[in-house]
Design a protein around this ligand. Sequence first.
Ligand code: NI
Length: 396
Amino acid sequence: MTDYLAHAQTLAPQMVAWRRDFHQHPELGFHEVRTAGIVAHYLQTLGIETRSGVGKTGVVGLIEGAAPGPVILLRFDMDALPVQEATGLPFASVYDGVMHACGHDAHTAIGMGVAALLAATAGSWPGRVKLLFQPAEEGLGGAAATIHDGVLVDPAPQAAFGLHLWNPYPSGHVYVQSGPIMAAADRFTIVISGRGGHGALPHTTVDAVHVAAQAVNALHTIVSRNLPPYEAAVLTVGSIQAGVAFNVIAEQAILTGTLRSFNPEVRSQMIRRMEEVLGGICAAHGASSTLTLADYTPAVDNDPQVTKWASSAAASLAPASRLGHEKPLMVAEDFAEIAGRVPSCYMLVGAAPAGGALGGHHSPHFDIDESTFPLAAALMADAAVRFLQQSAASHP
Ligand code: NI
C-alpha cells in the first residue's frame, strides 16, 4: 500500500498556501467562480479530465486507474458564509461580510491535495476516482444541484466519501463510524395573524406579540413532552419579528426556526404537533397562523460496508489513540443528498487550533489547525484506494 501520509506531508506547504488564498478570497454558494477556476486549472495541470460548471459552479475531475473497475466519488465543498471575519489573521477575508467560517477553504485545498496524491498513483489501482468540488453546501442546495447536473452518472459511483475538519475535536484525531452522523434539518416560518390596534385598547385587538409568546413556550413542549426521551431532536425558534411601536398592538408576528432530527417518524411527529399546537393557541385567542417548511436536508447515515474501508484507512494512518467515536452531530450537511443515493461514509477529522479554538464553526473567530491537512488528504486517498482495490478483487 502506498504511504499516502508521507506523500501528503510533502504537499503540506502547497495545501496551506491554497487554503490561505481561498480564505482570503471567500465566495458564497453558487458564486465560487474564482475558487472553481483555480481548482479546475490545477486538475488540468495534473492531466485529470475536468468538467466545470457542474451544479452552476462545481468542478468534477475523473482520474482513470490502471485497469477497469469500480468508481468512487470523493466530495469536497467550496463555499463560504455571510459572516464578517474577526480573526485578525494575516490572510483574513478581503471581502466585507464574507468569510470561510466553516473550513470549506481547507476542504478545497485538501481535495486538490487528494487529486495530486491519486493522480501520482493512478498506475497502481483499478477503477476510477471522481472528485467533486461542490458549490453551495451552506443550506443552498449545492449537492442536489450537482446531482441534477449528472454527478452521479457517467460513470455512476458505487460508493462515496466526504469529510469535514471539525475544530471542537482534538487536532489530528479521526472520527469514523457507521450509522447516523449528521441530522436532518428543516427551516420553518410561522406567521401569526391577529388584529392590530391602539396599545391602550387591548380589548379591541388580537395581540400577535402575546400569541407569539405563548406559541414559543408551547412549541418548546414538543421535544420535551411529546417525543420519546431516547429520540434526538431539536426545535429552535431563532427569530421573532413583530410590532412597530411601543403604543401599537402588533397585527402580525413572524417566527423562524429550525428542526433537527434523525428518525423520519420523529420529524413527522414534530411537524404534526407544531400544527396542532399553533392551531390550538391561535384558536384560543382568535388569531390564525400558517406554518411553512423549507430547505429540508436529510440526515447523513453512514453505510456500514463503506465505513469499513474508511475505518481501515483511518486505522492505518492514525494511532489507535487518535481514532474516535462521537455522538451524532445535530448540524446538517448536504452530503446527505449523495449518501441517500450512493452508499457513503462521511468522516470527521479533529482540527482544533493550538491553544483551542477562539470560535467554533460559523463563528467570526473561527479558525482551523492547518497541520491536519496531510492526514485528511491521506485519509481520503487511502480510503478510496482501499475501496477500489478490495471491491475490484471481490468482483473481478
Ligand atoms: Ni461545513
